[in-house]
Every structure is written in C-alpha cells, then in structure tokens.
Design a protein around this ligand. Structure first.
Ligand SMILES: Cc1cc2nc3c(=O)[nH]c(=O)nc-3n(C[C@H](O)[C@H](O)[C@H](O)COP(=O)(O)OP(=O)(O)OC[C@H]3O[C@@H](n4cnc5c(N)ncnc54)[C@H](O)[C@@H]3O)c2cc1C
Length: 422
C-alpha cells in the first residue's frame, strides 16, 4: 500500500518541479572550496584509491578533516581509463588474500555506498594455448583453491561451453587447449565507484579539491610538514600519496625513490553489439582481452606499450595489435567499427605488485605501484590504507606489499598472473 501511494505521488512532484521557475543546480559533489591552512589528513590524488581512503577514514575512523587534492578532475586519471576487470586469481598467497578481500568489497559496494556501481560478477576465462600455459594455470588454480577463491583449470570443451564464440583453432597456430576459469571475476562501473566514494565522503565533510596540484613539499626532520600546491601551501598531520601514474614523480618530489617505471597502457571499444558474451575473456599469449560492456560495446585491452613514456596518446601500432588479437579470438568481429581508443599512464613495479604502507617519512603513507591492475583494489586499498593512517599501524594484509620488500629481496612476483588479464 505504502509503496503504491508513493508511486502515485511521484509524477505530481515531478510536475511541480518542472513548473518551478528556477532550478537550483543539483550537486553530488560540493564545489571546490577555498584551501584551508591545515588538515588532519591530506590525500594526494582524487582517483578511486584516494577517494576510497577518504570514505573509509570519514565513515569508519571518525576522521573527516580531510582534503583530497586532485590536479585535474575527479577520478580523471587511470580510474576513468581502466577496463574494470575485477578478479582475485593471482599467483602468490599474499596477493590472492588481498584481492580476495578486494573482490568481496565489490560484492557489497552498491549497498555500502547507496550508489549503483553496476558490479557484474560473470566470471573470467583466461585461455591456454600451450602446455606451459596449462601447467602455470594448474599452479594458479591450486593456489587459488588453497586461499578459498573459485579458480579451476578447464578443458577445451568447457571453454567452448563457457564462450561458444571463441575461435578454438587459429589454423593450428594458437589452438586453445583449455583455460583458467575464475567464477568470482567480474566488472563494475569505474566512474560510479569513484563518484560513490566521493559523494559519501563529501557528506561527512571531506573536502575534494579539484584542479589542485601538489607541486612540492616541505620536510622537517623525518616529517612532511608542508605541501605546496598551485593554490597555496598547506600543512597536514598525515599524508597519503595515491597519485596513480604520477606516483614515481611525486615520490621523487618527496625525496623517496620508488622502484616504479611508467608505461602507457591502451584500450579501445567497438560500436555496440547485441549481447553475446557474458564472461570476461583473455589470452596471455595473444596479449589481448575482450569484455562486452553493459552498453554492448566490446572493450578490447592488452599489455602495456613496449617503451617507457609518460603520455596518454593512443597509437596506431597498439590499435593494430589489439585488433589483431581480438580478430584471432573472434574473427567474426572483422567488420565491427572501433569507436574510441585511449591510454593511461601506468606505474609499474619490478614484481608487478603494489607498494602500500609506510614510507621513510613518519607521517607520509604510500598507495602506489598499481600499474595495470589497481582498479580491482580500489575498495580494499582505500579501506586498509585508511586503517593504517587512523591507527598508525600497517595491517597484516598489507605487510607483504611494503616498500622495504625490494631491499629484503622479498618480491611478490605477479608478472605472469598479471599479464594481459590485469
Ligand atoms: C587502459 C587501462 C586499463 C586498465 N585496466 C584495468 C583493469 O581491467 N583492472 C584493474 O584492476 N586495473 C586496470 N587498470 C589499472 C587501474 O586503472 C589503476 O591501477 C587504478 O585506476 C589506480 O587508481 P588510483 O586511484 O590509484 O589512480 P588514478 O585513478 O590515476 O588517480 C590518481 C590521481 O592523482 C592525480 N594526481 C597526479 N599527480 C598529482 C599531483 N601532483 N597533485 C594532485 N593530484 C595528482 C591524477 O590526476 C589522478 O586523478 C587499467 C589502467 C589503464 C590505463
């Protein structure tokens, strides 16, 4: 009854609204305020990670005297450019446990934020075109099962059932022998994830400063005391660096040498097609992955460009490489038009794992090295970095990702498990 009544009154409200003379602009995120002189916490980078950290600090730790400084527009960095693969089937135990928690946070994110992030858990299939690939998938599947995620090796017949459109033969060149099936894998709408965190953090009083670039630092002893920006200098109790592709550069500015190299990563989408593929499909051998978006477009991605560069220009050779891979996997796409192509700047570490936790400075925390794989970690990194800042203690889940692992030779090699599948 109640619902019925509410349903009937809606059009009248709409009509009244429509007949009103002036309409106040509705803002999900408050306009950028003036910068104050000091904040308890300053977050460098208004991408998904920085915004998620602001959300968890303000909602779970009672800290809302926070400024998020974003040099461009909200989540316009890699958060806006990624292809939204979410999965947890990595190779090393610390990574699987970390991404398992990350994936589980996506499962409840829309309810948590009261904002539809369109999480679609449809499973990810990575194809094996060689015996060596099958062997490495067996290892990953066993590691995954051990850590309690859904990961299993499947044979060629099951590949055909899961994805009837895939070309199984390639004239003998890249014959599909089987694959790694990860039923937990999925996608979510990247902008919605960032907006959801931003909106809820702003409701708690977090200030989001767009077009505010950090240009330098002031250090006293072992503490970062000042941040210089294009809008003035501010002080902060704690600082979180979550600057995506610029993490290496910002680290340098802060006097911290991070083992990060920048490579462009490109992707593209086709014109919309009728829904035909309800899984995420990837091939490490072909350096290509395909996923059909909720709009019907086929999102096509692959590995990074082969050279270091800080640039977001897309290139013809990469378009050709991605198109070649896509056509080998699904030759019937040959007449489909490419609508858009774009690039992001990735921050790649030597072991293809992120750097999270303490820095050599007491009040300066790192959330860096997210390379081609950090969207799926948006929630867990934000949540656990917020815990780190609030308590001053790095949680066990993040300890293996410490910067010092490079000094201790305790690398977490995820290169093979990251590859084209991100
Ligand atoms: C083409 C492509 C495909 C990808 N696909 C996937 C995928 O399928 N799955 C996956 O998990 N990951 C994927 N990634 C990686 C993923 O996008 C990133 O790891 C993730 O978005 C990182 O989020 P972030 O918030 O740390 O960084 P960002 O979203 O880049 O945010 C950092 C922000 O910091 C700001 N900033 C930089 N310098 C300054 C400064 N001096 N002052 C103030 N602000 C500054 C930037 O403007 C930026 O908005 C992909 C990346 C690309 C480029």
């Amino acid at each position: 009854m109640e619902d019925g009544k509410r349903g009937r009154s809606m059009p009248m409200e709409l009509l009244k609204y429509g007949l009103r003379r002036g309409h106040r602009p509705y803002r999900d995120i408050p306009a950028t305020p003036d910068l104050r002189k000091r904040y308890d916490v300053v977050i460098i980078g208004g991408g998904g990670h920085g915004l998620a950290a602001a959300y968890y600090l303000s909602h779970y730790h009672g800290i809302s005297d926070i400024a998020v400084l974003e040099k461009g527009y909200l989540a316009g960095g890699n958060t806006a450019r990624n292809t939204t693969t979410i999965r947890s089937n990595y190779l090393t135990l610390p990574s699987i446990e970390f991404y398992r928690e990350g994936l589980s946070l996506f499962e409840t994110m829309s309810q948590e934020l009261g904002f539809n992030v369109m999480f679609s858990q449809r499973g990810q299939l990575t194809l094996a075109h060689s015996d060596a690939a099958m062997r490495s998938f067996r290892l990953r599947a066993e590691m995954g099962k051990h850590a309690g995620i859904r990961a299993e090796v499947v044979d060629a017949r099951t590949v055909q059932t899961l994805c009837p459109h895939v070309n199984m033969d390639f004239g003998g060149q890249h014959e599909v022998l089987g694959g790694l099936w990860h039923a937990d894998g999925g996608t979510a709408r990247h902008d919605a994830v960032a907006w959801g965190y931003a909106k809820r953090a702003a409701e708690k009083g977090v200030e989001i400063h767009q077009r505010t670039e950090v240009t330098g630092f002031g250090i006293t002893g072992s503490r970062m005391t000042k941040l210089h920006t294009n809008r003035g200098t501010i002080a902060a109790g704690q600082i979180l660096q979550a600057a995506g592709g610029m993490n290496g550069r910002i680290g340098e500015m802060a006097g911290i040498r991070l083992p990060i190299r920048n490579f462009p990563l490109q992707a593209m989408v086709t014109q919309p097609l009728k829904p035909f593929m309800d899984i995420l499909l990837s091939s490490s051998n072909l350096h290509t992955y395909l996923v059909q978006s909720s709009r019907g477009e086929i999102v096509i991605g692959g590995g990074t460009d082969p050279y270091q560069l800080i640039s977001t220009r897309s290139s013809l050779p990469q378009k050709e490489a991605l198109a070649t891979g896509a056509l080998q996997l699904m030759p019937f796409l040959h007449n489909v038009k490419i609508l858009r192509q774009w690039a992001g700047i990735t921050d790649i570490t030597p072991d293809f794992s992120p750097i999270m936790g303490a820095s050599p400075l007491q009040n300066y925390w790192l959330d860096a090295g997210w390379g081609t794989w950090g969207f799926k970690a948006t929630a867990v990194a934000g949540k656990r970095m917020a815990e780190t800042i609030a308590t001053g203690r790095v949680p066990d889940l993040l300890m293996p990702f410490a910067l010092e692992r490079f000094e201790r030779f305790e690398l977490l090699n995820e290169m093979g498990a990251t590859a084209a599948g991100h």
